[in-house]
Every structure is written in C-alpha cells, then in structure tokens.
Design a protein around this ligand. Structure first.
Ligand SMILES: Nc1ncnc2c1ncn2[C@@H]1O[C@H](COP(=O)(O)OP(=O)(O)O)[C@@H](O)[C@H]1O
Ligand SMILES: [Mg+2]
Length: 585
C-alpha cells in the first residue's frame, strides 16, 4: 500500500526554486507554516508516478506584513529595491526517494534522488500516521534475526529506531557527546544487544572500569593486572590479564626504554635492536623452532629473556677491547653509553605498576602463551571453550596513564595482526570499542612517543580494518582531540549533546553537506538523545536512546548530597598507606 496519498488541499506549499538537492517551498497558509519545524520531514511530488522525494526541513522563514513594512522603510533609506510581498518559505534538503513499488517490494526507500522536483510541484508535511508508516519503512532493516535497535525516534515515539548492524561495524562508528550526555549508556545499549548474538566478537577498552555492571552470557570481564594481583598466581582464566613485554613491537619497546633526549639515544636504540634480535634467536634455538628461526624479525611476537638482555647490555656498557698497542686495553664502543638506559630498564622492571608487563608467570614467557591470550581475547562466543563471553570488556583502570596508549594499542595491534594473518574463510569479524579514545588516539602526539605508536596502529586499523573484518567504535567526549584521520574514516556518527564549539565544528565537518543545518541541535539535545547519521541508518535521525538493562557506573559524585551527610567514613590513613604500597587492596 502506498504511504503517500496526496490530497491537494493538504499541501504545505509549492516548489519555488530548486538548487541541486535544496528546494525552497512557498507556503501560503500561515497555520501550516507554524506547524513546521526544523528537522521535520516533507515529501514532494515527483515527475515520475509512484516516486516521492523526501526532504529534511532546514530553515523556515516568515515575512509578515509588519516586517515587510519596516523592512521597506530601511530599504528606502539605503535605496534598495522593494522586497516582494509576503513570502513564507521553507528550505529543505532532499535526502532520498520513496518508491511505491520496486519489483515485488513495496515502499522502498533509497538514499539517492531518482528525479528532481519540478517548479510548482506540491509539497506535503510528513506527520501523524503517515510519519509513523514512513518511519516503519525506513527502519525495516533487511535481514532475519535480531536487529540492532537503539531506541525510538524523537519525531515519532512509536517508531523504533533500528540501525543496520552490518554497516554500523563495517564502516566504523563514532559515539561523541559532552560528559554526562549518555555515551556510556548508549555504548552499553549496543553491547547488550550484540551480546545476545550467538557468535558476537568484540573488545571493549574500558579505561575507568565503568562497564563493570554489564554482565550476561555474552560478556566477560578482564582486568589488566594491577599491583594487587602480582604474585597471586591468577591469570587469564581468572580474568586477570598480563601483557608480556615481548609482545611490544620494536618502536613501543624503544619508547619505553630509551629517553629521546639522551645524547646516546640513537646508539641505545641500535643496541637494543641488535640485542633483542640476538635474544629472540637464542630463545628459538633453545626451543628448536627451526622454521621460525629462518623468518622472524625484531617485531615478531617471540619471547626473550629480560635477564639475558640486561646481562648483555651491562656487558657492552663495561666492555674493554684490545687497544692499538699490544697488551693494552681501551673502552669498547658503547662503554658507559648505556648506563642511563640500563637504569631506566631496571626501574621499569621493578615498578610494581608495570608488573603486568614484566613480572610474568612461567607460562607467560613461553611461545605457546600467545595462542592462549589470543584465543581468550579474540574468539567470538561460539569459539570460546565455555561458549560464553564473545564480548570481552578489558578494564585498564590500573594501567599508568603515561603508558596507556602503548598498552591499549598493543591489544589493538594484536587483534588487527591476528585478523590479518587469518585465512579469509576463517576470519570472524570483530569490533573494537574504544572508550575515552582521546586518551590514546589523540589528534596531536605532541612529541609523546607512546601516543605516536598508538596513533599509527589505530590509523592503520581505521584505514584497513574493513578489509580484515575489524570495526572501530570510537567513543569520546572531546572529538576535537581525537585523531582526525581516524575520525574521518568513521562512516557512522552517533552524536549526543555537544556543547563545546570546537567539538561541534569537528562533528559538523563529518556530516554530509546537505545536513549542515542538522548540527544546530547538537547543544540542545536532551541527555540520552542522539543524532544518528551514516551508513547504518537510512535517514539522519534524532533518536531517544533506550536505557540499557545494566547501567554503567557513572562515577559521578554528588558533592552536595555528600556534604549534607552528618558522618563520613575516615579513610585517610588507609589512603596514605595504599599510596606508599601502590596497592589499593
Ligand atoms: N538513554 C538514557 N536515558 C535516560 N537517562 C540517560 C540515558 N543516557 C544517559 N542517561 C543519564 O545520564 C547519565 C550520564 O550518562 P553516561 O552515559 O554515563 O554519560 P557519558 O558517558 O556521556 O559521560 C546517566 O547516569 C543517566 O542518569
Ligand atoms: Mg562515559
């Protein structure tokens, strides 16, 4: 059944001018104009029968008789030509075509303009039942099974807002909004729905431990080992994650171990490279890995002994070599040049906060360990041994902030590399949810080597991830501080209330040109309300996100309420103690 049945007397107005995808509509009836609102939908008669052009209202102008008179007065003063008589105008951008029938299918919406409207064509407001019906068409995301639904349209509370779950993850997505606008709840809602799918596969980078309350069959929690976990023999099966130093690639290791401002930095980097290759080779020799020996590189994830590395560095740092004259000795090439690096390495190795990198169990120094880690983190629900938890939420809250980019990107690289090295027919797609992305995928590295390493990895995933079935969901309160190359690769935009002008302008640039005006509502959105634009939704739309069943921890402290209480728990001694021990437990 056709949705649009025009009755001439219900027309909003007629087309006055057409400019590519923008039309100006002249409205005669003031009542009808008053009912119009920006971002509402209009439909235009098309020259082809059975086709209807859909427009999004961008601007409404009314020139009343009164305004016209004053306008004319001013115009007289500067000797401008008189304005035309009363003109009520609606400007709309055309966003697609609804076709009554295509083959066997009824009511098909396409995001292309199959025709252009003609001057004097009639235009109608899409409202009431017609709007509900139209939204149903729009949201009828094809495919069987459970669909990705975020909530309901603000325009029509009865119409459920579905997204195309393939396109949402295929072409990357961003979720942005000022703090407290509802990003984490939206993320939780998406995760919750995905978790119900039998073979879901995702990693969530949870920087502050916000997503702890999310539970269920599809979800598992991991925490990067903190100081309190060291030595207690808990590991992967207990949800405690160690990320051995030998998984870091050369650049990441150099970032950790070499101080760029040291005058010996280039020498140190060179020595580290040489020694690590030696160490990896000797590990492979000891373990009789003939095939690997022929092909490994410095970046290959092959274990090596940190003790042996330090012994070798110390040897070079104090090496004496035969002098020019027989029987004499002189200092070796690197004598004394490695001292600062060795001290740095010793510090890191004993720093309890970095225990997850350096204070490893016996298993974590074995070649086979990478397979265990990978199976745990990168298998979907069905492939997990217990058939649970294809969504892996990784809590990074105990990782020191200066190396956070190195550690998050280490897991990003692990995911990407494994997908890349999986034969296409066995590749199982996975999404990486990057919460607080500005912290580890910043716009400017500002000379921070850890940021540089991380930006490089995430840029690669953003650009090439689609080929290998890795989707990014970038979540941030400061889109202007998130790497723009990464953002510009994201074809789905979920934007919540955004008050900062810089952030708004970054988002505006991501919007299609025809929707420029849409962004004016960014600062006005309600908490939990989002503008959704992109590949995954047929129409740019304003959606009230439905509350997730399990709510993320907001981490918001109610100052005034707390101050109103007559008693509070004293914890200062414990805090002092914990600070010294570097252990909260
Ligand atoms: N969809 C929603 N419906 C109702 N309330 C919401 C919704 N999303 C967020 N809120 C409210 O806003 C608060 C902040 O949301 P949150 O997702 O933590 O914000 P953000 O992650 O953007 O800082 C929540 O604690 C909740 O009270
Ligand atoms: Mg949040």
């Amino acid at each position: 059944m056709a949705i649009f049945k025009y009755k001439d007397e219900e027309a909003l107005g007629i087309v006055l001018s057409v400019d590519t995808a923008t039309v100006i509509i002249k409205v005669a009836d003031l009542d009808k104009l008053r009912r119009m609102q920006v971002n509402r939908l209009v439909v235009l008669q098309s020259s082809k029968p059975g086709q209807h052009l859909i427009g999004l209202v961008q601007k409404i102008t009314r020139s009343s008789v009164e305004q016209e008179q004053t306008g004319q007065k001013e115009a007289d003063e500067v000797e401008m030509p008189a304005l035309p008589p009363q003109l009520n105008l609606v400007r709309a951008s055309l966003i697609g075509t609804l076709i009554d029938r295509v083959g066997m299918k009824e009511n098909v919406f396409r995001r292309t303009l199959e025709t252009v409207p003609e001057i004097d064509a009639k235009c109608f407001a899409v409202e009431g039942d017609v709007l509900t019906q139209f939204m149903r068409v729009i949201t009828n995301v094809p495919g069987e099974g459970q669909k990705l639904s975020l909530g309901h349209y603000t325009l029509d509370e009865n119409a459920e807002a579905f997204l195309n779950g393939n396109k949402f993850f295929q072409r990357h997505a961003v979720i942005v909004g000022s703090t407290g606008s509802g990003k984490s709840w939206t993320t939780a809602r998406i995760l919750e729905q995905a978790a119900a799918l039998p073979s879901v596969n995702s990693l969530v980078f949870d920087i502050h431990g916000e997503y702890m309350p999310l539970t269920g069959n599809g979800i598992k929690h991991y925490r990067v080992a903190g100081t309190g976990d060291l030595g207690n023999k808990k590991g992967l099966v207990d949800g405690i994650l160690y990320l051995p130093y030998w998984l870091l690639d050369y650049e990441a290791l150099i970032t950790m171990l070499v101080d760029r401002s040291d005058q010996n930095a280039p020498n140190q980097a060179m020595i580290i490279a040489r020694t690590i290759v030696q160490m990896k080779r000797s590990f492979l020799e000891t373990n009789s890995q003939k095939e690997l020996l022929e092909n490994f590189t410095i970046d290959s994830p092959v274990p090596f002994s940190m003790d042996a590395l330090l012994t070798e560095l110390n040897r070079l740092n104090s090496e004496m070599v035969p002098g020019a004259k027989a029987g004499t000795e002189k200092q070796g090439d690197f004598h004394g040049k490695l001292s600062r690096m060795i001290a740095r390495l010793e510090n890191k190795r004993t720093d309890r906060r970095l225990g997850f990198l350096f204070q490893l169990s016996e298993e974590a120094t074995q070649l086979s360990w990478l397979s265990d880690l990978s199976r745990t983190l990168l298998a979907g629900t069905c492939q997990q041994t217990d058939k649970k938890g294809g969504i892996k939420i990784i809590d990074f809250s105990e990782v020191p902030s200066d190396i956070l980019p190195l550690i998050v990107s280490l897991i990003g690289r692990l995911a990407f590399s494994l997908q890349q090295w999986t034969v296409p027919e066995k590749r199982h797609p996975m999404a990486l949810f990057c919460d607080e992305a500005h912290l580890y995928i910043p716009e400017r590295a500002e000379g921070d080597a850890a940021n540089e390493v991380s930006i490089k990895i995430f840029e690669k995933i953003a650009k090439e991830g689609r080929k290998y079935g890795v989707g990014l969901v970038v979540i941030s309160q400061r889109p202007s501080e998130v790497n723009h190359t990464v953002l510009s690769q994201c074809n789905n935009l979920v934007t919540m209330r955004l008050t900062n002008a810089e952030d708004q302008s970054v988002i505006r640039r991501l919007l299609p040109d025809s929707l420029g005006g849409f962004s004016d509502v960014l600062p006005l959105l309600d908490t939990g309300e989002a503008l959704i634009v992109g590949d995954a939704s047929l129409l740019p739309s304003r959606v009230r996100i439905q509350e997730p069943n399990a709510k993320p921890n907001s981490g918001t402290v109610d100052f005034w309420d707390k101050w109103l209480e007559r008693e509070y728990k004293e914890g200062i001694n414990e805090a002092v103690n914990a600070w010294r021990k570097q252990n909260l437990k």
